[in-house]
Structures are given as C-alpha cells and as structure tokens.
Design a protein around this ligand. Structure first.
Ligand code: NAD
Length: 503
C-alpha cells in the first residue's frame, strides 16, 4: 500500500477524485433520480457530495436484475473454478484500487487513511481471496441408506441476497457479506449506509471489471427506512444479511415476518468486556491492548472493548498506566494525514450522542480520568475518554456508546468478573488476561459471547467465525460457516429397489 504519501499528496488526490454517486444495477452505473441526500465530510463538516436516494422502485429494479441473473444460471451454474478465478481477480483489483477505496471511505466517514490502508483494504482483499478459494469446495453428501435407495444432498445457493451494512467499516462490512454470498453462487443487492455510500459502487464496478456477469452484484443507495426497508421487505429476496444496530436488527426480523419469511443473519451491537486478572503476565502489554481496543477506529467498532473489568489487586496500577499511555496515544487530526490515528466521529449526531453518554457517566458518579470533551477542530471529533470507578448499573456500562469511551470497573476475581461480563443484553466478544490456564479455559467456557480472546484482543483471521450471542445478533461472518449460511440443502432420494407399493 502507498504509505509513503504525505498529507499534501492525499489532499491533492482527494481534490482530483471523481466518483459515481448513483446506483449500480445490471452491470452499470445508474445516476438515479432527483431525490438525493447529502454526504457530509465529518472531518470538516462540509458537504462532500449528493448521492441518489433510492427507494422501492430502485430496489425493485435491482432485485429484478439480480433475479434475472440468478435464473439464467450465468453465475450460479458457472463452473466453480471460473467463479473462483473472477472473485480472485476482484480481490486483486481491490488491492490495486486500494488508494481510491481508502479515500472514498475516509472522506465520507472520517476513518484515518492509514487505517484504511493498513486494515480495511487488505482485510477486504483477504476476504474476497478466502471466499474465492472456497467457491469450488462447497460439497454435498451421500448418506448411508438401505440398499433399495440412493440418497444425496445437494447444497445450493439461496437466490437473491440483500446485504445491508453500516458505516464504520464500509468496504469491509460489505466484503464480509457480499464475498461469501457470491462465492456460494447467489446474486446480490447491496444497500450501503447513507453516511458512507461511495466505496460500494466502486466495489460493484470492480466485480464487473474482474469478469463478473452483469446483474449478479447490484448496489442501491438510499436511506435505511426507504431503500433498506424496501430491500428487507422484498418478496423476491431470499436472505437479508445485516450488520448494524440492535434496534434495526430486530426490525429486520419483523420485515422478514411481514414479507416472505426470508432468512435473516444479524451482526449487531456490543458492549464487550475485557477481563484483566491479577496474575496477568505483562501489565504494559495488557494496558496497550485495552487502549487500542477502545480508542481504535474512534471506538466505532462493534466489538470495541468498552468495559474494562480489572481485578481490584491491580486496578490502581492498571488505571495509572492506562492514563499515562492512553491519554496521548490517539491524536485527533485530518484523516488524510498519515500521522493521524484519531479521525472525527461519523456525524455531528454521533458526536452529540457520545458527548451525551459522557455527561451521563459524570452525572451517575463515574470518575473522569481524562478526555470527556472535544478538541478545537471544525469536524465531529471527541477526545479519547477514560472513566474509572464505574459500576455495571451505570448507563455507560450498559449501553453501546460507539465512541472512544472506556469504562473501568473493579472486580474481585474471575467469578465476579464473568458475572459482570455476562450481565449485558449483548454477547459479541470478550477477552480474559491471565497466566492461569484453568482460569482461561473457565472464562472461555463461561463467557456468553461469540468470540473470546485470551491474552490478546481483536486478533484473528478469515478462518475465525465472527459472530455473536444474545442480542448482538445471530449468524456468523468470515469462516466456512458464513459461506454455508448463503446456501440451502436439497435432499434427493432415489428409489433403487423393486417397484415399491405406494405408501
Ligand atoms: P444502523 O442500524 O442505524 O444502520 C445499519 C444499516 O441499516 C444502514 O445501511 C442503514 O441505512 C440501514 N437501516 C437503518 N434503518 C433501517 C430500516 N428501518 N430498515 C432497513 N434498513 C435500515 O447502524 P449504524 O449506526 O449504521 O451502525 C452502527 C451499528 O452497527 C452499531 O450498533 C455497531 O455495533 C453495529 N455493527 C456491528 C458489527 C458486527 O459485526 N456485529 C459490525 C459493525 C457494526
């Protein structure tokens, strides 16, 4: 990736950047009608562009295009090796267009360009490579039957898959849904978040440049309650793969019931605990993971380690080192400056929401150790914030803030830590730091979360099922299981014995 570029280089590239702002349907860009919404650059608070606000008509058109491509068999019946080759080429094109993709997301939602280059773009590339490789490894089965029958199980794609994604990792969240859906032979309609609608259009264009047939991968832009609702309510959509808030995730289940009982997979909110036991090996390392686990990506991470459950025997020292290392670890700045590791929050509304939570932390009696305010910059910034003396009944320990706000809670040993960790409607991820193997395994067993880290945080690769317990949703991203979630089985029972009497 082009990490040697300086701020002035990126600014110059941003000024020269030209990009479509409509939809992508049937293999081509479609400008959209007069209904538009404004995308604001959160680093400056100024309009970036006007994007087509699609609704039911555009969704109908995209779903019809996806359905035509599915029924024709142009993709699902293509030799799996050929699908593999196209998706592999797409992965290469994502890497080759990394600079443009990085700019589109950074300008619209404020992510530091260095994170786009070091995390989002390479991870999206890996995601398409991984699922490309699985395209020709989707097996059915032959089961053991009596001699008068031959029974085989086919694994088939579902049909048209609707993907609805959020703004915090626009390219990557789209990749996590679209790549396995395509690898399994489905056709796709993607509805990006209205705050970050641009990289999805380039992604769909790259699919066609890689040799993907028109109509297999469509994008409709628009607001959630218009384009998103129309997609989730569509009777010709076989599955909705959703990542976003728990409130809207629940709505997806309602839409499915109100329409065609489509399948729904949900990756929603979190309030992930990191447990730091007194016997942990390296306090500085643990503290640095605690800092990065909540301040990285401005805290706008579903699995952000927002609750720090620290054994009371080390809590004083832990918090002291967190203050020392964490206070200045993240510096707000222009996201296009490769030195910047703290961009703005996504919108002024999100900034107000996070500052409101900080106010609740103060008024409910938590101790503000640092931050709690906004830097003197024009955009939607909030300074990294640490509260200590938090208890698990406080609002800042219960609700997903989705900002750079850490809540330190003292606990007395593993048992109490696990009880507090599990006292949440969410069950996304959790971590435990200890030198004791028995405690580590007990924590893995007892924590109610889909991902558990031991002596690390946010580690993993594409083989790792990324998914959730409780009201963090259902379903898994990444991994083979995710791919199978875009398939269904068909049983074929063939009678081989003498002509049977009808039952
Ligand atoms: P959101 O739920 O408001 O929006 C997500 C998507 O849903 C957007 O595309 C939006 O347009 C659409 N949408 C909104 N209202 C809709 C409606 N009524 N009908 C249909 N579609 C609708 O979430 P957000 O604020 O964009 O994203 C932040 C949330 O995403 C956080 O809660 C975060 O935890 C979650 N998230 C979860 C994961 C995960 O893997 N579990 C990953 C990233 C983000």
């Amino acid at each position: 990736m082009t990490n040697s570029l300086k701020l002035a280089d990126w600014q110059q590239r941003a000024t020269a950047l030209r990009f479509p702002t409509g939809h992508f349907i049937d293999g081509d860009h479609v400008p959209g009608g007069t209904a538009r919404f404004t995308v604001i650059n959160p680093a400056t608070g100024t309009p970036l562009c006007e994007v087509a606000a699609g609704g039911a008509a555009e969704i109908d058109r995209a779903v019809a295009s996806a359905r035509r491509s599915f029924s024709s068999g142009v993709w699902r019946r293509m030799a799996p090796r050929d699908r593999l080759a196209i998706l592999s080429r797409l992965a290469q094109l994502i890497a080759a267009n990394g600079e443009r993709l990085a700019l589109l997301d950074s300008l619209s939602m404020g992510k530091p360009i260095r994170d786009m280059l070091n995390i989002d773009v390479p991870s999206a590339t890996q995601c398409f490579s991984y699922f490309a490789e699985l395209s020709d490894k989707i097996d059915g089965a032959v089961t053991a039957t009596a001699a008068d029958a031959f029974h085989y199980i086919l694994r088939e794609p579902l049909g048209v898959v609707g993907c609805i994604v959020p703004w915090n990792y626009p390219l990557l969240m789209a990749a996590w849904k679209v790549a396995p859906a395509l690898a399994a032979g489905n056709s796709v309609v993607l509805k990006p978040a209205e705050q970050s609608p641009l990289s999805a259009l380039l992604l769909a264009q790259l699919f066609v440049e890689a040799g993907g047939p028109p109509g297999v991968f469509n994008v409709v832009n628009g607001l959630g309650n218009a384009a998103g609702a129309a997609l989730a309510l569509h009777n010709d959509v076989a599955k909705i793969a959703f990542t976003g808030s728990t409130v809207i995730g629940k709505q997806m289940l309602v839409y499915a019931g109100q329409s065609n009982m489509k399948r729904v997979s949900l990756e929603c909110g979190g309030k992930s605990p990191q447990i730091f036991l007194a016997d942990l090996e390296d306090l500085d390392r643990a503290v640095s993971y605690a800092i990065n686990g909540i301040f990285g990506n401005m805290g706008e991470v579903c699995n952000a380690g927002s609750r720090l459950l620290i054994d009371k025997r080390i809590a004083g020292e832990f918090v002291a080192r967190f203050i020392e290392q964490g206070r200045n670890a993240y510096r707000a700045g222009d996201p296009l400056d490769p030195q910047t590791n703290l961009g703005p929050l996504v919108t002024a509304k999100q900034r107000a929401r996070v500052l409101d939570y900080i106010g609740k932390g103060r008024s409910e009696g938590a101790r503000l150790e640092f931050g709690g305010d906004a830097p003197a910059l024009p955009g939607c910034y909030v300074n990294p914030t640490l509260f200590s003396g938090v208890n698990n009944r406080m609002t800042i320990a219960r609700e997903e803030i989705f900002g750079p706000v850490a809540a330190a809670i003292e606990v007395d040993g593993l048992e109490e830590a696990v009880a507090i960790a599990n006292d949440s409607i969410y069950g996304l991820a959790a971590a435990v730091w200890t030198r004791d193997l028995r405690k580590a395994h007990a924590a893995v067993r007892d924590l109610e979360a889909g991902v558990i880290w031991v002596n690390c945080f946010d580690h993993g690769d594409m083989t790792q099922p990324f998914g959730v317990y409780k009201q963090s949703g259902q379903g898994r991203d990444k991994c083979l299981e995710s791919l199978l979630g875009y398939t269904q089985t068909k049983s074929a029972w063939i009678h081989l014995g003498p002509a049977a009497n009808p039952p």
